[in-house]
Design a protein around this ligand. Structure first.
Ligand SMILES: Cc1cc2nc3c(=O)[nH]c(=O)nc-3n(C[C@H](O)[C@H](O)[C@H](O)COP(=O)(O)O)c2cc1C
Length: 181
C-alpha cells in the first residue's frame, strides 16, 4: 500500500517555465475541479481562466509583492464564489470547503499532467474584481497558478530554498485522535 503518486509529488511550486500550457490540459484541470463533491451539490464555484494576454498583465498588477513569481506562470485561474451560494449547514462556510475540494482536485490533476500548481491568497481582491468585471456579490476565494516547472533564477533565496524543501507538516500524533479527542 502506498500514497497516491500525485499526492506525494504535489507541492506549491514557484519556479515556472514560460512554456504555454495547452487548452486541452487546462480543460482537464477544470474538469477535475468541476467533478469535486460539494455540500448538497451546490457547486459554489466559478473559474476565470487567464492565459498570456493583456488581461493577464492587468491581473498580475493585483498580486501581492510576495507573489511576484506568479507573473511567470502561464496560467492563472481565479476561483470565484458567492458566500450564499453554498450549503448553510451548521452555519459553517461550506462554500469554502467545496472550493477547497475543487482546487485540490485541480492541483492533483495538474501533477498528473507533470505541471506545477500553486493556490494563493496574496492579491488585492478589489482591483482583481474590477479588472475581471466580477459582479459585486461575488468573492474571490483563491487564485491558482499553473505551468510547467522551470528554472529558479528569478526566485528569492527564501523561495529557492522552499522549492527544494521537503514536507513541512505537523506530526501525525499531534493532529489525530483515534476513538475520541
Ligand atoms: C488558501 C491558500 C492560500 C495560499 N496563499 C499563498 C500565497 O499567497 N503565496 C504563496 O506563496 N503561497 C500560498 N499558499 C501555499 C502555501 O503556503 C502552501 O500550500 C503551504 O506552505 C504548504 O506547502 P505545499 O503546498 O508545498 O505542501 C497558499 C495555500 C493555500 C491553501
Amino acid at each position: 500500500m502506498k500514497l497516491l503518486e500525485e499526492i506525494e509529488k504535489r507541492h506549491s511550486g514557484r519556479a515556472y517555465a514560460n512554456t504555454p500550457v495547452s487548452d486541452d490540459m487546462i480543460e482537464l484541470i477544470l474538469e477535475a475541479g468541476r467533478r469535486a463533491p460539494s455540500c448538497a451539490n451546490t457547486q459554489a464555484w466559478n473559474f476565470i481562466i487567464l492565459k498570456d494576454s493583456q488581461a493577464r498583465d492587468k491581473a498580475n498588477e493585483a498580486l501581492s509583492g510576495g507573489n511576484y513569481w506568479g507573473k511567470k506562470a502561464p496560467v492563472m485561474i481565479v476561483v470565484v464564489t458567492t458566500p450564499d451560494g453554498g450549503c448553510p449547514a451548521h452555519k459553517l462556510p461550506y462554500f469554502m470547503m467545496d472550493i477547497g475540494l475543487a482546487v485540490e482536485n485541480m492541483l492533483l490533476q495538474a501533477v498528473h499532467l507533470k505541471l506545477l500548481g500553486h493556490p494563493t491568497a496574496g492579491w488585492n481582491e478589489e482591483s482583481l474584481k474590477e479588472t475581471l468585471n466580477i459582479p459585486e456579490e461575488y468573492r474571490i476565494a483563491t487564485v491558482v497558478f499553473f505551468g510547467y516547472p522551470g528554472d529558479m533564477e528569478h526566485l528569492s533565496d527564501k523561495h529557492k530554498e522552499q522549492e527544494n524543501g521537503g514536507l513541512d507538516r505537523k506530526p501525525m500524533d499531534e493532529i489525530t485522535h483515534w476513538d475520541g479527542w
